[in-house]
Every structure is written in structure tokens, then in C-alpha cells.
Ligand binder design. Structure first.
Ligand code: C2O
Ligand code: CU
Length: 501
């Protein structure tokens, strides 16, 4: 028989357990509730401002006049490209369609102008381009982002941040001057994790003024559909006849959400550009495996030999084969040592380097932790230990020199894509970059890696800075780089029909 003491003790323990269960439930309900995203929201309202160590500058929020020392607020919608007569003009219509691949296999896709990839846009450096987006029948709405082209903010194509999604029957005109020469691509930035995968993407090439005449210049986009892996429009070997001695440039674009590996067999070659920026004094490579980040681009150059050259996409049947007569035996593509841009080519002066005085420094520590994300409990992507909607927003002033450090504390790759700017890689895991200046807009940060990058904040706006594994982005791995005097009138969320991820 229990003593009164033991009975009291039992009751006390039971009460304590009940209280902590209640407390835990109340904490859980609060955390759950606090994680719910509103039905529409302004991305500026979510997130926690990170000033990168700089002082906060006062900004006038009311329209009209600002007091001395205050900056005037600017709307994203006013940061447009020039409105003059364009040098290049085209229309891209988004529509559901069925395409038949060369193997005979048919796939249901969402495509621009009925093609996979969408039409290749080839412009000249300096052109003012005007592209009209028409949505025929994509019920969720669409938009177009010019991945890697540093356009004025209003032309950036992010639904809910720089524009409203274009709904069926609607159209939207993009107009911007292309200052860069290089390899870029375009894709929908509405529900991008679904829409890019389904086919709303294409190559965007800006040709330099002084082009080597007679060059065979091909843009090749690697993509995975459910059930088919393609290089350009091909799911098998794409054979072409090329005369020996022809200069060849292959612009390899990875439109997938994950890294893809390529081998160029049958010739020495150089990697002449990364993410739309030429490399300085790239040296000849042979047999190296090229691992390309999701969203990234490598330009490869070589002189056509007498024998066959083949670009293999590892893990896929799709390849590109160049030979004198468009036939003949194919060289095997064995994976070799991995190409590393950190030590490739030779140094050249850059407008910013590791010894620069930085106005802002930001740390982006990517992790995974348990918690609620929009009401769902689980292990979610975190930045600096926080989940959406409490992720840091990096605030800058126009003209700032910015240093950013990316740390990947997870076991998956994160191809980090900063809109509107190119980042100069300073170091990886503490080892300084010693090769050609390496400017990236889509930097693959692998598990355990730490990259330091730098850029000049010279393109005012509200810019996404996100993981280009678009499923990761849809699962919350999205940040924003915000200029301190820029606001957006657009809203994300179901009620606004805007879902950038
Ligand atoms: Cu290619 Cu924010 O995307
Ligand atoms: Cu990621």
C-alpha cells in the first residue's frame, strides 16, 4: 500500500507531465501559427533585414519630397529598360503541347512557341531587345526571367517580386539592353520548380561584336523531362558534319535543378567562358569531366580535327557528335578528373578582389533543421539557423562593395543564383582563387564547402538570391538582395496568383 507521500509524489509528477504536454502543445501551436505564410505578402515584409555591418540609411517612405540625408523610395516597377526602338524583337508564346523527340517518344510539355527548348534567342552585344510574352493556356500564369543577363529590375521576370504573373490570354513586354556578351538562358519564374521542368526554357546567346568568322557556334541545353533526357531537341545522338579546321564553340547550358556531368571526347579543348563571362588565358584540357551546376553554363572551344568529336552527357543517351561527314565511329566518353575553375587560366585585374574594402559583408550559412515551414512540421532548409519567413534579407546601398560567404552545412548541392549581378569568386574553403577571374551567377556550393564571393551593388532593385535546385527554392531556400531605397508593389501568394518558386 502506497504511503500518502508516494501518492502526492505521483500526483505531482502527473500534473507536471500534463503541464509540460500542454506547454509543448501551446509552443507547437504558436510555432505552427507563426510559420504560416499569409495568403498574399510583400517579400519585403517577410524576412529579417541584414545590413551586413553597415549603418542604416534613412529612407523617405512617402511619395514626393525627402528630407536632407534621406533617400527617395523607388518602385521596382519604375526600374525599366529603355523605351526606344528595339534592335531585336520577338514573341514567345507559352502553351501546353505534345512534342515528339527524335527517338519517336512523345512527351507532354509546356513550351515556348511549341518547341523544346524554346526558340534560341541570338542577339548582339549592345542590342536593345524587346520580347513579348504571350500566355496561351498555362492556367497558373507564366513569366520570363533572363537567367544571367543583368537586366534592369523591372525586366527581371520574377512573379510577385518584379511583376505579376501573366495569366492565360494576357501578354507582357520585356525590353532591355544586353550589355554582356555570353551564354545565358531564359525560363519562366512563376511556379518555376514545375514550369522549368515541364519545358518553359530556352537558350539566350549574346554575340560579341568582333566574332571570329566561320565559327560553328552552338548553344546546347541539357534538360531532364520525366522519362526523357535531352541535349537541345535530341534524346539520342545529334550528328553534324563539320569541316576539319573549323573553329567550334559549344555553349553548354544546364537547365536542370541538379548538377550534370559532361565529357568532350576526341579533341583537346578550352573552357573559354563560365556563366556568360570570358575566362582569361584558359589552357587546353583533355578528358576532364565538366560538372555544371543546375542553371550554370560552360562555353567550350576547340578547332575541329579530322576525327570525330563527341559531347557526352553522362547518364544519358543524348549526345552531340561532330565529324567530317556527319557519320563514323564514335569516341568513347570516359569520365576523367574533374575540371576546377578555381585554378584554371591566369589572373587578370578585377574591379574588386580579396583585399578590397567591403561596405557590407554577409554570411549565408545553409543548413537543415526541424521546425514548421508554412504550417508543415519537418526538417527544412535554413539560413543562419532560421526558416522562412525569418530568413535574412541582404540590404545594400547603390555603389556598395559586397562580400558574401556561402557555407553549405547539408548533404546536397546548392547552386546559388543571384539575380541581376555577377559574383567574383574569391576563395573556396579558405583557398584563394588563383586562376582566371571567375565570375559566376550560379555557383554550385557542394556539401561542406564554403565560398567567399564579391560584387559591386550597381543594379538597383529587389533581387532574388536563391538555390537553383528549384525544388529546394520551392521548399524555402530563397533569399533577397534588396537595395535600401527600392520597394515592390507586387505580392506573392495564392490570392495574388504569384508563386515565384
Ligand atoms: Cu534561373 Cu531565379 O532563376
Ligand atoms: Cu539547394
Amino acid at each position: 500500500m502506497a504511503t500518502p507521500w508516494a501518492r502526492w509524489l505521483r500526483r505531482g509528477v502527473a500534473a507536471a507531465v500534463a503541464l509540460s504536454v500542454l506547454g509543448l502543445a501551446a509552443w507547437g501551436a504558436r510555432a505552427w501559427h507563426g510559420s504560416r505564410l499569409p495568403s498574399t505578402y510583400n517579400v519585403m515584409e517577410l524576412g529579417v533585414a541584414d545590413y551586413g555591418g553597415a549603418a542604416v540609411v534613412p529612407v523617405a517612405h512617402g511619395a514626393g519630397h525627402s528630407r536632407a540625408g534621406e533617400k527617395q523610395m523607388v518602385s521596382v516597377a519604375d526600374l525599366t529598360g529603355p523605351r526606344a526602338e528595339p534592335d531585336f524583337r520577338t514573341t514567345l508564346t507559352a502553351r501546353r503541347t505534345r512534342v515528339r523527340l527524335p527517338s519517336g517518344k512523345a512527351i507532354d510539355v509546356w513550351a515556348f512557341n511549341g518547341r523544346i527548348p524554346g526558340p534560341e534567342l541570338r542577339v548582339r552585344q549592345g542590342d536593345l531587345v524587346e520580347i513579348t510574352l504571350v500566355n496561351a493556356d498555362i492556367a497558373q500564369g507564366v513569366s520570363i526571367h533572363w537567367h544571367g543577363v543583368d537586366v534592369p529590375n523591372a525586366e527581371d521576370g520574377v512573379a510577385g517580386v518584379t511583376q505579376d504573373a501573366v495569366l492565360p490570354g494576357q501578354r507582357r513586354v520585356y525590353r532591355f539592353r544586353v550589355h554582356q556578351a555570353g551564354t545565358f538562358w531564359y525560363h519562366s519564374h512563376q511556379a518555376s520548380s514545375t514550369q522549368v521542368k515541364r519545358g518553359l526554357y530556352g537558350a539566350f546567346v549574346s554575340l560579341p561584336r568582333g566574332l571570329e568568322p566561320g565559327t560553328l557556334d552552338l548553344a546546347i541545353v541539357a534538360h531532364s523531362f520525366s522519362g526523357a533526357r535531352t541535349l537541345g531537341a535530341h534524346d539520342g545522338v545529334d550528328r553534324r558534319a563539320v569541316g576539319p579546321g573549323t573553329p567550334v564553340r559549344l555553349r553548354v547550358i544546364n537547365s536542370d535543378s541538379f548538377s550534370r556531368r559532361f565529357v568532350l571526347a576526341g579533341t583537346p579543348f578550352r573552357v573559354v567562358a563560365i556563366d556568360g563571362t570570358e575566362l582569361h588565358e584558359p589552357t587546353a584540357l583533355r578528358g576532364q569531366t565538366l560538372e555544371l551546376a543546375g542553371g550554370g553554363r560552360y562555353d567550350l572551344a576547340f578547332t575541329m580535327p579530322r576525327s570525330t568529336v563527341q559531347l557526352h552527357l553522362l547518364g544519358a543517351k543524348a549526345s552531340l557528335a561532330l565529324s567530317q561527314d556527319g557519320r563514323g565511329a564514335l569516341p568513347a566518353g570516359e569520365p576523367g578528373p574533374e575540371f576546377d575553375p578555381l585554378r584554371y587560366g591566369s589572373p587578370a585585374p578585377t574591379p574588386v578582389d580579396a583585399s578590397s574594402h567591403f561596405d557590407r559583408t554577409f554570411m549565408l550559412h545553409i543548413g537543415k533543421r526541424f521546425g514548421f515551414l508554412d504550417g508543415r512540421f519537418g526538417r527544412h532548409w535554413s539560413v543562419n539557423g532560421k526558416l522562412l519567413p525569418n530568413l535574412p534579407t541582404q540590404i545594400v546601398s547603390r555603389g556598395d562593395l559586397v562580400k558574401m560567404t556561402f557555407v553549405n552545412d547539408t548533404d546536397e548541392d546548392h547552386p546559388m543564383h543571384l539575380h541581376g549581378h555577377h559574383m567574383l569568386v574569391l576563395s573556396r574553403d579558405g583557398a584563394p582563387a588563383t586562376g582566371s577571374p571567375w565570375w559566376s551567377d550560379t555557383l554550385n556550393v557542394e556539401p561542406g564547402e564554403r565560398y567567399e564571393v564579391a560584387f559591386r551593388a550597381d543594379n538597383p532593385g529587389l533581387w532574388m538570391n536563391h538555390c537553383h535546385n528549384l525544388e529546394h527554392a520551392a521548399d524555402g531556400l530563397v533569399l533577397h538582395l534588396a537595395y535600401d531605397n527600392v520597394m515592390t508593389p507586387f505580392r506573392v501568394g495564392a490570392a495574388a496568383h504569384n508563386h515565384p518558386e
